[in-house]
Design a protein around this ligand. Structure first.
Ligand code: 4AD
Ligand code: MG
Length: 476
């Protein structure tokens, strides 16, 4: 008796005794069970000898039921599959009431499936997305492992707000109704669990820098948390971020690394997840057909992915980008929600997408941003106006990577922190890196879900993470 997965059975030669467990997708003509066990998009057809199976068992073979099947794997008699199982024994492991089971064999809206996120991975689309998510994680670790990086686990609870955006979730065990107070009426965090104010991390970067300055090449891959109240299709309150950090590497090296890394992980899934990508490709094509001609994408999903792996990312300075945007049609015709008037303006996703999708028509790396719109730790350029920042913009996504060369000069960093009211006591250890053996170093952060969106062609970030956390929503 062989215990193979559906994925393995579908590639197998005929076998006399097989046993397979899975969930019924459909049961047709009292005879054909389409069985799925999650190992592949495809179901295996199991042919039931209904004349010799009792009526009660036949009734219990319903969509969603868990069953165990024993039988013989033979070359398929019908069309649509190469092999099938002639069932000798079928056992119902877990019933699924067809009256109430939410995942019926028909098209469900993504909104409905989000409400049933605990069952949505029983659909083709979501199982394909999750297999790709898993495969991408593996490709990421593989890339760094093969390139001499050490995987570091940075803390989830921290006392710093790395990005300085003030969008953190507080971690506290104080009595919310009756917290200890200071004389001035503010909450006394000395009495809190950690003896100070703490929050969930928004980025592992600052700690990753400490490891880059000792181990040379490191990366983190962990959950990050942001309490920004943006209810968009590209923002999550809890998302996963990949953050490499490398000593003795400047911004140009950082761009090279990011580009090579992105191409490599996308190439990995193109090679290893062909079936899932082909399925999602077709799904996207159907979705595109519902849009007006002008809004349809010119490229299929596979073409988009191949385009990224085969073409150079366009490197453009912020200043050049502002010129392009200022003179662009949507800016002149006031079609943008935010009209670009002056150098120094922060770019909105509509601008990023214009650059990528309309102007350059390829992934773009924007660099040398105004210091005022970027985080405190970025390396100040000679012009004293711009910093060595880089954002990578992808079609359909906008910003997918944000990174920079870090300010390695103690005096410049201290000045910057003072200007932004960041107390030195809070980041004494970060400043120490600039005191003892400081060196040029750089890194970036890739938003994992944005990468999964790009690779799967899904257009809402809530559909590429198992259980999305967004404002007003933490179900499951
Ligand atoms: O640009 P960000 O804020 O950069 C950092 O956090 C740096 N510390 C990274 C570094 O240099 N080590 O975030 C990095 C990426 C963004 O480009 C985006 O892809 C993703 O993280 N991201 C989000 N993804 C989903 N939901 C959100 N709310 C996100 N905020 C950022
Ligand atoms: Mg950013």
């Amino acid at each position: 008796m062989t215990n193979l997965t559906v994925a393995q059975l579908l590639k197998s030669q005929p076998l006399e005794d097989v046993e397979i467990k899975g969930w019924v997708r459909t049961f047709r003509a009292k005879r054909f069970v389409a069985l799925n066990d999650g190992s592949t998009l495809n179901n295996i057809q199991c042919v039931v000898d209904f004349e010799n199976t009792d009526e009660d068992t036949l009734k219990r073979i319903t969509t969603g039921a868990a069953v165990s099947i024993k039988g013989e794997l033979i070359e398929s008699q019908g069309k649509g599959q190469s092999v099938e199982i002639v069932v000798s024994k079928l056992k119902i492991l877990g019933d699924s009431d067809p009256e109430t089971y939410p995942i019926q064999p028909k098209k469900h809206s993504f909104e409905f499936l989000r409400e049933n996120a605990h069952l949505r991975t029983r659909t083709n689309t979501f199982s394909a997305v999750m297999r790709l998510r898993s495969s991408l994680s593996f490709a990421i670790h593989k890339y760094f492992n093969e390139n001499g990086f050490n995987y570091m686990h940075t803390p989830i609870i921290t006392a710093s707000d790395a990005e300085g955006a003030g969008e953190t979730f507080r971690v506290s065990t104080l009595d919310q109704k009756n917290p200890p107070l200071n004389d001035d009426g503010s909450v006394n965090h000395n009495e809190d669990f950690f003896g100070k104010e703490t929050n969930l991390t928004v980025s592992g970067q600052l700690e990753a820098e400490t490891f880059a300055m000792s181990l040379g090449k490191v990366y983190t891959f962990g959950p990050t948390f942001r309490a920004e109240n943006s209810n968009t299709s590209r923002h999550l309150s809890e998302f996963w971020m990949i953050e490499p950090e490398v000593a003795f590497m400047d911004l140009a090296g950082n761009m090279d690394l990011a580009e090579d890394f992105m191409k490599s992980v996308i190439a990995y899934v193109l090679e290893h997840n062909k079936e899932d990508i082909a399925f999602l490709d077709k799904r996207l094509l159907d979705e595109e057909k519902t849009k007006p001609q002008a809004e349809r994408s010119e490229l299929s999903l596979t073409e988009k992915l191949t385009f990224v792996t085969e073409n150079n990312f366009k490197r453009v300075s912020y200043t050049e980008a502002i010129d392009i945007l200022r003179n662009s049609k949507p800016n002149k015709k006031k079609k943008f929600n935010y009209i670009i008037e002056e150098w120094g303006a922060d770019l909105q996703s509509e601008h990023e997408r214009f650059l990528v999708e309309k102007h350059f028509k390829c992934p773009v790396i924007l660099f040398d941003y105004p210091a005022d719109i970027k985080a405190f730790y970025m390396r100040l350029n000679e012009d004293e106006k711009t910093v060595r920042a880089m954002d990578i913009l992808f079609p359909g996504i906008g910003e997918i990577v944000g990174g920079s060369q870090r300010e390695e000069r103690l005096d410049v960093l201290k000045e910057k922190m003072a200007a932004l009211n960041i107390p030195e006591e809070e980041l004494w250890w970060y400043l120490d890196l600039r005191k003892y053996g400081t060196a040029v170093h750089s890194g970036f952060g890739l938003g994992f879900e944005r990468l999964v969106m790009f690779v799967t062609g899904m257009t809402n970030i809530r559909d590429v993470i198992p259980y999305p956390r967004t404002p007003q929503n933490a179900e499951f």
